[in-house]
Ligand binder design. Structure first.
Ligand code: F3S
Length: 400
């Protein structure tokens, strides 16, 4: 006997009246709902699916997708996380043919289900944009943290199968971050000194994330930030999600729910210039020889691309330099003339992919980035030595 109450439409799905893939999806969601003690399902406005790279999925993952694609069709707007390669420019980026064939098999299976195959971790910059309070089912950790916190939409961090199941049913079990009572700030961080740039906001995310792990908490409430750009907030979201497993934060004066819940009154920490400097230095390896620069973790915005173009104009790069971004953002950059300036310099766009999910292990020794998240995965996944810097410093390094 289920504790979770299903509507007649949901029962029909469960009984297979809408096809095998929908039935399997509802089974996944009901199991999840029972584990987390959900009382009912809720409709979701959109879905974002992670685990798209063939590097992560392998044949077993592809088999599951192909089975779901036999009769599964999405019921809501659904987009994908970055894949293992740029779908148009993979050869120039050094991806081997066999990988490309397998990656395209994965994308084709998603496409068959009606999923929009823009492969990006910043879907909120390219049209998959929920509004305040809307329930969604997203999977990419940085995007989950961004939409929960900066937009005030509501999502748990979905796994690959549960996100796909939400896409094929338009439903998710109502638990976790969908409920008010689970959105309270737990630890107060008072930032005492000014900070700016994607690199410094990344370092802040590392400090807060590390502290949350130490305390066994997950939702920070941050004061003392006077302003933050979209790019700084996306970098912070990626970093705090990486180092702290955080899916939601509140930032006084900046995020929409900061005054909805009381400020935490115990667990109070101050962060000053010295803490920031220490965290920053921990993102720079010693004995490092940089042969790869990558900007766009999370995927670069059009503002970042415009900035890179202005710095590269009339210059040449001397090292492998990738700008990773969503394909629709790249198309805007094409129209604005930024792409030509960037490509004339020798830098490369890597749309649909990134320096973490692309199979680059062993190709480079040292990577420079403006992202604390890329530092973490550059070390952990691709065994690179890393250095964080400002976007300007990264471009300068590429030209050196
Ligand atoms: Fe996005 Fe790849 Fe960074 S998925 S957040 S660019 S690791």
């Amino acid at each position: 006997m289920l504790r979770l109450q299903l509507t007649s439409e949901e029962k029909n799905m469960m009984e297979g009246k809408q096809g095998r893939a929908t039935q399997k999806s509802m089974e996944i969601l009901v199991t999840l709902g029972e584990i987390f003690d959900a009382k009912c399902m809720i409709d979701v406005y959109s879905v974002q699916i992670a685990g798209v790279s063939y590097d992560n999925l392998g044949e077993a993952g592809l088999e599951f997708l192909s089975e779901m694609a036999e009769d599964g069709k999405v019921k809501v707007l659904t987009t994908l996380n970055p894949a293992g390669m740029d779908r148009e420019n993979w050869e120039a980026l050094g991806i081997d043919k066999e990988f490309a064939i397998n990656q395209n098999r994965v994308i084709d299976a998603f496409s068959k289900m009606g999923i929009i195959t823009t492969c990006s971790c910043t879907p909120y910059l390219i049209g998959n944009v929920p509004h305040f309070g809307q329930h969604i089912a997203w999977a990419e950790s940085s995007a989950v943290c961004y939409v929960n916190s900066v937009i005030g939409a509501r999502t748990n961090r979905e796994g690959g199968p549960s996100a796909l199941a939400a896409a094929l049913t338009g439903k998710t079990p109502k638990y976790g971050y969908h409920l008010d009572e689970n959105r309270y700030g737990q630890v107060l961080f008072k930032v005492k000194d000014p900070l700016k740039g994607t690199d410094e906001f990344g370092a802040l995310g590392k400090i807060i994330g590390d502290k949350l792990v130490e305390l066994g908490k997950s939702i920070p409430f941050i004061t003392g930030i006077s302003s933050a750009t979209v790019e700084e907030l996306k970098s912070f979201s990626a970093s705090v999600a990486t180092y702290g497993g955080t899916a939601l934060f509140h930032m006084e004066g900046i995020t929409p729910e900061y005054n909805k819940y009381p400020k935490p009154s115990d667990n109070i920490f101050e962060i000053n210039q010295n803490n920031l400097k220490k965290a920053y230095n921990e993102l720079i390896d010693v004995d490092l020889k940089i042969d790869f620069i990558s900007i766009g973790c999370p995927h670069a915005s059009i503002h970042e691309i415009a900035k890179i173009a202005s710095l590269l104009k009339g210059n040449k790069v001397r090292k492998e330099f990738w700008i990773t971004t969503a394909r629709p953002t790249k198309r805007i950059a094409d129209e604005a003339g930024y792409s030509k300036i960037i490509e004339d310099s020798g830098a490369k766009f890597a749309s649909d992919t990134c320096c973490v999910v692309a199979p680059i292990k062993g190709r480079f020794k040292g990577m420079m980035v403006d992202s604390a998240k890329a530092c973490y995965y550059g070390r952990a996944k691709n065994k690179l030595k890393v250095k964080i810097g400002t976007l300007e410093e990264c471009v300068k390094e590429a030209m050196r």
